[in-house]
Design a binder for this molecule. Structure first.
Ligand SMILES: Cc1cc2nc3c(=O)[nH]c(=O)nc-3n(C[C@H](O)[C@H](O)[C@H](O)COP(=O)(O)OP(=O)(O)OC[C@H]3O[C@@H](n4cnc5c(N)ncnc54)[C@H](O)[C@@H]3O)c2cc1C
Ligand SMILES: Cc1cc2nc3c(=O)[nH]c(=O)nc-3n(C[C@H](O)[C@H](O)[C@H](O)COP(=O)(O)O)c2cc1C
Length: 570
């Protein structure tokens, strides 16, 4: 920056120095901010890659897409949908979007603003735009891939041209994503744009992610060692929650607080034996799974999902039932009810590949070097007269023993981070297993000697049996490292008390913290808790600021924009 103030500006020398210093600082903050908002990879043909991601899958795929784009001669801009300057959409020629679906068919938090704008009357006609959408989702949800599909339809309605059809990716998305990527870059207009871009094609050829040992990832997980499983909930609790410690020694994996750990589970032996028996299989039959031959028993244990059934099961096994019947049935129910005469190969082909599960990391690497801790609720329930077990949570609780090996990888959560400035106050709402990342946050803040105040809202059913990490939380309060702890027990009194009620009770102080710049975090149940807490937050803001509901919504929008309202919900 050269001369910042015109010579005729009405400042004396001292004032001029101050104002110029201020403007220089502002300029550098802006520069740093825009560098942070997008990862620009010029030179090369212009290409915009936008992602909407809640738990990190789409964000990770956007990095893969960026690498592929660079290898083909593009210089892509990559950013979250909500970080994109909507006004500039008319200037873009090539746009690729990867967007997941959350809640009841909703876009992820970092795609809401974009989606609202795109669906509104403000969105312009886009006749010069070529685009394609990769919609991420899970077929077991009613609104499969809805957010991505809505974006695709709307862009088409606005006159933009599809480079490739919108792909609907289920949980096993690797092959579909790869095929979509190929189709996009093979489109003549993309080839032409890349040629015009003039960057050397293939200049950035790198090992595909996950292929090299040590390059641990979802497809190439690190064989970590389970160190310890400690039950956190009491014997009388209706829930079983375990504190899990895993060693990452020798992996080179480095995580930050806020990240999640991906865990590859193994199905339950007894369930597999029951399936073999019900289907009249020995387990020794050799089946092909993704080009590799293996015994059926092994495929059922490690490779396929025995619980979530898709319409492929009905089609491939020729079952006399509606797809709806399959919604709350497992493979064993199908075999027992219909005794389909199918080969071992058809059985495997009809099932979804087994998927890893994500867990919010409950430790700071500064407090526990070489380890990662989790807070895992064991899923156990009865369905159609059978006792059912969640695959990964009971694998960690029951079937994997200390010293045993479990495949893990890190899922970065760039959207869920402590404030960079350790003096900024933080408010954390994390009932049940939602406490996990806040244990990590607090450990981190203690390790760096943060001076900012911290406040946790925790709750569950009963204080006596569900007060997770009680000793540690209470010690943190008495040590002064946790400034305030509010507890909500929903079944200890006639009135059901939840964290949102505790927030409302403390509304005045909570608002003061927000006004002082606090960051606000929610972790845990997405189905009800997260929306109840969100509603309570807006109510507090409206009441305490004396504004309308619209003003409160605008206040929350500002918090989101400033990354001061972050959610890790599931
Ligand atoms: C970003 C992220 C972070 C997460 N962090 C954590 C965490 O810190 N701690 C934690 O415990 N979990 C966490 N989870 C959830 C976790 O990933 C798993 O979904 C959870 O542990 C269940 O996995 P599972 O394999 O044990 O159960 P699954 O085998 O996946 O079974 C769960 C399924 O069982 C069915 N089911 C469950 N209860 C019933 C019932 N009563 N009746 C009928 N059907 C039922 C439902 O279909 C449910 O989807 C997180 C998820 C995400 C996305
Ligand atoms: C709480 C929750 C709600 C979800 N809701 C939907 C849904 O309504 N429709 C859908 O297709 N997928 C749904 N999914 C699946 C996600 O879209 C899928 O896991 C996707 O890969 C996540 O990508 P992301 O990590 O980029 O957010 C949901 C997942 C979670 C954890």
């Amino acid at each position: 920056m050269n001369q910042l103030l015109a010579p005729e500006s009405p400042f004396n020398q001292e004032q001029r120095k101050f104002v110029e210093g201020f403007l220089t600082a502002l300029h550098s903050v802006r520069k740093a901010h825009s560098a942070q908002q997008s990862q620009t990879d010029a030179p090369g043909a212009p290409l915009t890659i936008l992602y909407g991601s809640q738990s990190g899958n789409s964000e990770a795929l956007s990095k893969d897409l960026r690498k592929a784009a660079r290898n083909r001669g593009f210089g892509p801009d990559v950013m979250a949908l909500d970080s994109f300057d909507f006004e500039s959409v008319g200037e873009i020629q090539h746009l690729l979007i990867i967007c997941s679906t959350f809640g009841e068919g909703d876009p992820p938090d970092n795609a809401k603003k974009f989606t609202d704008w795109l669906m509104s009357d403000e969105a312009p006609q886009l006749p010069n735009l070529s685009y394609s959408v990769c919609a991420m989702g899970d077929q077991s949800y009613t609104y499969f891939c809805k957010a991505g599909v809505d974006i695709d339809n709307r862009l088409s309605e606005l006159g933009a041209q599809r480079l490739a059809d919108c792909v609907l990716c289920d949980v096993d998305y690797d092959d579909d994503f790869a095929a979509w990527k190929e189709a996009v870059f093979e489109h003549p207009s993309m080839i032409e744009a890349a040629e015009e871009g003039g960057a050397p094609i293939g200049a950035d050829e790198e090992e595909p992610e996950g292929a090299a040992p040590g390059n641990w990832s979802k497809v190439n997980p690190f064989p970590a060692t389970l160190l310890r499983v400690q039950r956190l909930s009491g014997d009388d609790s209706a829930k079983e929650v375990n504190h899990i410690e895993i060693s990452l020694a020798g992996s080179g994996l480095e995580y930050e607080v806020g990240d999640a750990l991906g865990v590859w589970p193994v199905n339950c032996h007894e369930s597999v034996e029951a399936i073999l028996q019900a289907g009249n299989f020995t387990g020794e039959e050799v089946v092909d799974f993704k080009g590799e031959a293996r015994p059926l028993r092994c495929a059922l244990l490690r490779k396929v999902d025995l619980q979530v059934l898709t319409p492929a099961v009905r089609q491939k096994m020729d079952l006399p039932c509606e797809d709806d019947w399959l919604r709350d049935r497992h493979l064993i129910d199908v075999l027992v009810n219909f005794a389909p005469q199918v080969s071992a190969q058809t059985l495997v082909d009809s099932l979804r590949p087994l998927q890893p599960r994500l867990y919010s990391i409950a430790s700071s690497p500064k407090a526990h070097p070489g380890q990662v801790h989790l807070t895992v609720g064991a899923v156990r329930y009865e369905m159609h007269g059978r006792i059912c077990k969640g695959v990964a949570s009971t694998y960690l609780a029951d079937r994997l023993h200390p010293g045993g090996s479990v495949g893990v990888y890190l899922q970065k959560s760039a959207h869920f981070r402590l404030p960079e400035d350790p003096s900024v106050p933080i408010i954390m709402v994390g009932p049940g297993t939602g406490i996990a990342p806040f244990r990590a946050f607090l450990e981190e803040r203690i390790a760096v000697g943060a001076t900012g105040k911290s406040w946790i809202f925790f709750g569950d059913q009963h204080q006596a049996s569900d007060y997770l990490y009680r000793g540690w939380l209470e010690q943190s309060v008495s040590d002064g490292v946790l400034s305030r702890l509010d507890l909500a027990w929903s079944r200890d009194s006639a009135d059901k008390v939840y964290v949102q009620h505790k927030m409302l009770d403390a509304g005045a102080e909570l608002f003061d913290w927000l006004e002082a710049g606090a960051h606000f975090y929610i972790c845990g149940d997405a189905s009800r808790m997260a929306s109840d807490v969100d509603r309570a937050l807006r109510q507090i803001i409206a009441e305490r600021s004396g504004g309308s509901a619209d003003d409160a919504n605008a206040y929350v929008d500002r918090l989101i924009q400033e990354h001061r309202y972050q959610r890790d919900v599931y």
